[in-house]
Design a protein around this ligand. Structure first.
Ligand code: BEZ
Ligand code: FE
Length: 273
């Protein structure tokens, strides 16, 4: 005889229990998460062993995290969720496309003069001049915009990963000039591997995925009255552009970095647009 209390009845009971918050957004988020989780269990016929393996993976992900490393963000990145959040929140027609923030940004990077290098240690790599204009989406140049720039050094590491690097190596904050232009010097950003020694890395290996990211320079552009742009500029000749471990590549962000100079223009959406 079939059970009279069905999985649909069970779902309805759980949803009703999560409909009573004073904050309507809590109700909306909790109910959507519950609907999708229940559907996942039913669709896959999840076994108790598989349920426990999933719980253990989440526990290990928490245990691998501390104030310097957030393994949950790495898991979100490698599952394509972080990039989906960016896409969902980016509605700007004509604005620079966003991509993942990543875990290697540091507050307090040094303010550097226009045209200065972000490299404080010499690896023998040729200098690359990075220039362009920061404009509103209507084409008006933006003076005094703040560019926060960071990238991996030629040894494939961020400063925070390499104790032999000067702190804040390959980081800098720059301002756009009256005509909206900016300039700084770097070297060609290398492809590098994201941390693979935790549960996110184990998941990648189990799924026969690699943990490489194509060469890129991170930039956050901010200006009063405009929405902040968090993005990267990618090297067109890099490996892994079509298999980025965190799904962050967009065609509009790829440029030729094979010469002595890169030009990349940023377009910011006005806050009230
Ligand atoms: C990064 O580009 O720095 C990054 C992004 C996501 C995960 C790991 C690293
Ligand atoms: Fe990066």
């Amino acid at each position: 005889m079939a059970d009279s209390f069905t999985t649909a009845d069970h779902l309805a009971q759980v949803l009703a229990a999560y409909s009573k918050s004073d904050n309507p957004r809590y109700n909306e988020l909790a109910q959507a998460a519950i609907r999708h989780l229940h559907a996942f269990v039913e669709e896959t016929g999840l076994t108790r062993e598989e349920w426990f393996a999933g719980i253990s993976w989440l526990v290990a992900t928490g245990q691998k995290s501390d104030d310097k490393r957030n393994e949950f963000i790495l898991a979100s990145d490698t599952l394509g969720v972080s990039m989906l959040v960016e896409m969902t929140n980016h509605k700007a027609a004509g604005g620079t496309e966003p991509t993942v923030f990543g875990p290697f940004h540091l507050d307090g990077a040094p303010e550097r003069e226009r045209g200065a290098s972000i490299a404080d240690k010499d690896y023998g790599a040729p200098p690359l001049l990075f220039t362009g204009t920061i404009c509103s989406t209507d084409g008006t140049p933006i003076a005094g915009a703040r560019l926060d720039v960071w990238q991996a050094a030629p040894n494939l590491c961020y400063d925070v990963q390499d104790p032999d690097m000067p702190p804040m190596n390959y980081r800098g904050v720059f301002r756009s000039a009256e005509d909206g232009t900016y300039a700084f010097v770097t070297t060609r950003p290398p492809a590098y591997q994201i941390p693979g020694d935790g549960p996110a890395g184990a998941m990648l290996r189990a799924m026969n995925r690699h943990n490489w990211r194509p060469g890129h320079t991170h930039v956050v552009v901010e200006a009063p009255g405009y929405k902040t742009v968090i993005t990267h500029v990618f090297d067109a000749a890099s490996d892994y552009l079509d298999s980025d471990a965190v799904f962050g590549v967009r065609d509009s962000l790829i440029v030729d970095m094979s010469g002595e100079q890169v030009t990349f223009d940023f377009a910011l959406e006005p806050v009230d647009a």
